[in-house]
Design a protein around this ligand. Structure first.
Ligand code: CMP
Length: 138
């Protein structure tokens, strides 16, 4: 059993797609270890995406990720990081496999519906931005 971290992004919340997305995650065997709705401040988003600070899309990413509420969650199942990335699909929803969350709910590389950690180490680091040990129910 392993854990990964996800953010259901502002475009999904504006479309009221968060229920459908959580349902898809559960149907793929993920269990919710911790979850809450929040709104990222500029400071929090800047810390979370610090690795992208020099990228040309950083300002756009900040504006978008702070544009409305999100749901942050830690999910648990076997091979959680790889499985979530498979269910989420490619960064660009136009190139994502049919049936993936980004193919179903994303629009473009910025408004791409959902975040999924890319490694076990990053999952731990990203989850720690939002949750502490006492928040985990599993
Ligand atoms: P995410 O996986 O949440 O983490 C990094 C984010 O940067 C990624 O989702 C995209 O939303 C965003 N991103 C990556 N590449 C680009 C790009 N070329 N233009 C705009 N945003 C991007």
């Amino acid at each position: 059993m392993s854990r990964t971290f996800t953010i259901i992004k502002p475009d999904s919340m504006r479309k009221k797609a968060e229920g459908k997305i959580i349902d898809i995650l559960l149907s793929h065997g993920f269990r919710i270890a911790a979850m809450r709705a929040t709104r990222l401040s500029q400071e929090k988003a800047g810390e979370f995406y610090a690795i992208h600070k020099e990228k040309v899309f950083f300002d756009e990413l900040m504006e978008y990720m702070t544009s409305g509420p999100v749901i942050v969650a830690v999910l648990e199942r076997d091979d959680a990081v790889a499985e979530l990335r498979r269910v989420v699909g490619a960064t660009n929803p136009q190139k994502a496999e049919p049936g993936t969350i980004r193919a179903m709910f994303g629009k473009d590389v910025t408004e791409n519906a959902i975040h999924a950690s890319d490694s076990d180490e990053n999952a731990r680091i990203e989850a720690a931005h939002f949750f502490s040990e006492e928040d985990y129910c599993l």
